[in-house]
Structure formats: structure tokens, C-alpha cells
Ligand binder design. Structure first.
Ligand code: FES
Length: 103
């Protein structure tokens, strides 16, 4: 397991999302209150970027066709999406935000 630093906790405000590229993969990082969640940025339904979607609580709505996912798990919450997106464990340490990658 490898920890990858994405940013400082203060880089995102509550209810904000941002995209990071890690090893060639775009990751969407979301902040809700003082909690952070990370998903693959690419929507499983098409070319939508989840970090550019509409965040409402723990729900991220893709702005392409309005499908949605739970940012805590990557599970689908609204069609037309069918397949979940990958979710990454997030760790906070010394004011920084990290995701855990396999390997
Ligand atoms: S590309 Fe995201 S809902 Fe279609």
C-alpha cells in the first residue's frame, strides 16, 4: 500500500471538489465538512468529470447526463449510470490529505 499526497487540508473548502492526476489516473477529491473522499474522476457512464459535477451532501451528480454516485463508496445513486466508480481510502496526516493506492 502506498500513500500519495494530494494536497493540504486547507486547499479545499467544505463542499468543494478538485481533480488530481496520480500515475496517469485522474482522481476527484471531495471535501464535506472536515471529511475527504476520493473517486476516479471519470464517470463510469461516459466522458463526464466528477470533480466538475454538482456535489450535494455525499452525492456527486455528473454534469453530463445527471447520473450520480455516493462519494463515500463510488456506488451509483442515480441512473443512467450503472457501474460504480473506484473509491480510494483517504488518510489525513499533519494537515495533508493522502490517498492509499495498492502496490
Ligand atoms: S457521462 Fe456521467 S452520467 Fe453520462
Amino acid at each position: 500500500m502506498t500513500l500519495i499526497e494530494l494536497c493540504s487540508e486547507s486547499d479545499l473548502d467544505h463542499n468543494e471538489a478538485r481533480r488530481f492526476t496520480v500515475n496517469g489516473t485522474d482522481i476527484a477529491l471531495f471535501r464535506v465538512e472536515d471529511n475527504y473522499f476520493a473517486l476516479d474522476d471519470l464517470c463510469s457512464h461516459g466522458p463526464g468529470s466528477l470533480s466538475e459535477g454538482f456535489l450535494d451532501g455525499f452525492n456527486i451528480e455528473c454534469d453530463f447526463h445527471n447520473g450520480a454516485f455516493d462519494i463515500r463508496t463510488g456506488e451509483v445513486t442515480e441512473p443512467p449510470c450503472v457501474d460504480p466508480v473506484r473509491s480510494y481510502p483517504v488518510t489525513k496526516k499533519d494537515g495533508k490529505v493522502f490517498i492509499e493506492l495498492d502496490g
